[in-house]
Design a protein around this ligand. Structure first.
Ligand SMILES: [Mg+2]
Length: 210
């Protein structure tokens, strides 16, 4: 094994309900209806775009969201959201930090996220761990997971068997990696899947495996 490729959201950085207050704040700043309900709708719609888009881009995303929600949001809202996400969505559990430090001594570490790469980099920097990663690859640079191209980005200079994907999503991380024969571990932090998946319930278990 040479490369360990981590998903970011709900793998290295867990989503917290309180983070949505920054969606409310951004909506407020642009003079739109701003409350938790609107924030949740926007968050869900942005997530839904992931399922149908080839890559993340501001214009495509904004068009989708406005059609989906019947809104007329300006594309600058997304830039504002990304500013807040980068600035505030970075709380990383001690286990995640410990496992990153441990693995960085033995492997090349990467992040493969479907969201914008520069935002992921900022969050990892704020969490104090960006220095451990060789590259952070976002869905604005490569096609989004589970498309094959996103995983094959890492196999340009090594065999697919030398890579390991670790992520919480069966649909994007697990199936996507499996489709290109890339070894994969499901981060089943809710402990809801069965052992037909190669899975862990806590990141610290990786110390025993890797
Ligand atoms: Mg995830």
């Amino acid at each position: 094994m040479r490369k360990i490729i981590f998903d970011l959201d709900n793998t290295l950085i867990m989503h917290k309900e309180k983070y949505l207050k920054y969606y409310v704040k951004a909506l407020e700043e642009f003079g739109y209806d701003a409350n938790m309900d609107e924030a949740k709708k926007l968050y869900k719609s942005i997530g839904d775009y992931e399922k149908i888009c080839n890559q993340y881009d501001y214009d495509g995303l904004m068009t989708f969201v406005n059609a989906d929600l019947g809104t007329n949001y300006d594309v600058k809202l997304l830039e504002r959201l990304n500013y807040y996400i980068g600035e505030y969505w970075y709380e990383m559990d001690e286990d995640a930090i410990a496992i990153i430090e441990y693995l960085a001594n033995k492997y090349e570490l990467y992040v493969l996220t479907n969201w914008f790469g520069f935002v992921a980099e900022k969050r990892l920097a704020k969490a104090g761990v960006l220095k451990y990663f060789k590259e952070v690859v976002g869905g604005d640079k490569v096609p989004t997971k589970p498309q094959k191209e996103s995983f094959l980005y890492f196999t340009k200079d090594c065999d697919v068997s030398e890579c390991l994907m670790i992520g919480d999503s069966v649909e994007t991380d697990y199936v996507g990696a499996t489709n290109v024969q890339m070894p994969v571990i499901l981060y089943d932090y809710k402990n809801i899947y069965d052992d037909s998946y190669r899975r862990i319930n806590s990141l610290i278990e990786l110390k025993k495996i890797l």
